[in-house]
Design a protein around this ligand. Structure first.
Ligand SMILES: [Zn+2]
Length: 410
């Protein structure tokens, strides 16, 4: 599978200026190409090259290979959307292919700039060194030169092939319930969240509220900074959690099972799409809004803040590297289903955290019960599964359909 690692460049101050100049020139060229491509409605690589290459070589100081990359960037960008003209920010990334970039061991990299080639020292952190262990940098493909405006630093994002560990075929499954209050509960009865995480999240929410109320230039600046900080905090938590979970599954020789969570935001948090219905004889369109389920604002904020998809993605890719299989099972009624007798009822869930089955009286933490149900759903359709021995007679039909493998990467 393809993985990418961001490495830190350590240019001298002159090199820093040159790198910035190259970036600006590259993106300015992209904008010129984009305009020509859009006005001529020509989006193919070769046709754009024919149209503009010689002119740009004469009128600008951009080197041939960088110009070819700029054309490729513009083409790639128009592949997704051709209806409007695309603009590139002056510090958008530059793709550096092997002709433009040469690694000297893992100490420095030589980069082609607008007027010359420079050798920039690279700094590998502990994580980068670990990830790139055994990877020949000279054999990696295209990498992106990126600029972080806030930190005023340049980075190189290297993409490389990570050999996959053969997936272990296991009949045992560790079920995971991703939640809002408790980030993850597993079918072993472990809950992965700390009071500290909860506290930090609340602290950020409080601070954000106060800053938003203040509504000044300084508070806006602070808010922006806070958003970055919070984002990095969430990412770090997701990395740590997913690592821990995957290691647990690998260590105990089990597969993982996750709920299908498509549309959780639509179900709970996000405002439903407005339907515009034109009314005859009235020029103003009438907006019809579907009634939405009432969910407390604090919960909506949390759902939208916490990135479930990121945690799932991290679990998926770390599992793939470790050779742990990940199943995705349907999510219907998992929080209302008893993992002992299979009874489904809304009244089984007596409170946010407590589950007590109306049929058999089984009582457990609600999230752990859900994780067990998820684990059983992944096992139930597989003949090799043992020790499940449960009936799902009352489970809705859709919930009985087959679990699927979670796919990740290219
Ligand atoms: Zn029960």
């Amino acid at each position: 599978m393809k993985l990418s690692v961001k490495i830190n460049l350590n240019p001298s101050s002159e090199q820093h200026i040159l790198l910035l100049e190259t970036m600006r020139l590259f993106n300015k060229t992209c904008n010129t190409i984009s305009q020509t491509a859009f006005h001529n409605q020509t989006f193919g690589k070769w046709s754009i090259q024919k149209l503009i290459y010689h002119d740009l070589r004469k009128t600008t100081s951009i080197p041939a290979q960088l110009l070819i990359r700029a054309i490729a960037v513009v083409c790639g960008s128009y592949k997704a959307e051709k209806k409007k003209m695309h603009w590139f920010k002056e510090t958008s990334s530059i793709p550096y292919d092997t002709r433009l970039r040469t690694f000297h061991k893992s100490e420095s990299v030589s980069l082609r700039l607008w007027n010359q080639r420079i050798t920039v020292p690279i700094i590998l952190g502990q994580y980068q060194a670990h990830r790139l262990n055994g990877v020949k940098l000279s054999e990696t493909g295209e990498s992106d030169l990126i600029y972080d405006r806030i930190q005023n630093r340049f980075y190189l994002v290297i993409t490389f092939d990570q050999p996959e560990t053969p997936t272990q075929q296991s009949s045992k499954v560790l079920g995971l319930d991703l939640g809002i209050k408790f980030l993850v509960a597993d079918s072993d009865g472990a809950i992965y969240t700390g009071a500290q995480v909860e506290q930090t999240r609340n602290r950020y929410a409080e601070l954000r509220k106060r800053l938003q109320a203040h509504n000044s230039k300084a508070s806006y600046r602070h808010l922006k900074k806070l958003s970055g900080k919070e984002h990095r905090y969430c990412k770090d938590i997701d990395h740590c959690l997913s690592k821990q979970i995957v290691q647990k599954a690998k260590g105990t020789g089990r597969s993982l099972a996750l709920e299908e969570l498509k549309g959780i935001r639509d179900q709970l948090g996000r405002r439903p799409e407005r339907k515009r219905v034109p009314v005859l004889g009235n020029s103003a369109p009438l907006s019809v809004e579907k009634p939405r389920k009432h969910v407390r604002k604090s919960v909506r904020t949390l759902i939208n803040k916490w990135s479930f998809s990121q945690l799932r993605l991290f679990i998926a890719y770390k599992a793939k590297i470790a050779g742990v299989r990940v199943f995705v099972v349907p999510a219907y009624y998992s929080s209302q289903t008893c993992n002992v007798c299979g009874h489904v009822s809304k009244s089984n869930r007596i409170s946010r955290d407590n589950f007590r089955c109306k049929n058999c009286g089984h009582a457990e933490h609600a999230d752990i019960n859900a994780a067990k149900v998820i684990s059983q759903r992944a096992s139930v359709n597989r003949p090799t599964a043992s020790g499940v021995g449960l009936t799902f007679t009352r489970m809705p039909y859709r919930a009985r359909c087959k679990p699927t493998d979670l796919s990740v990467g290219r």
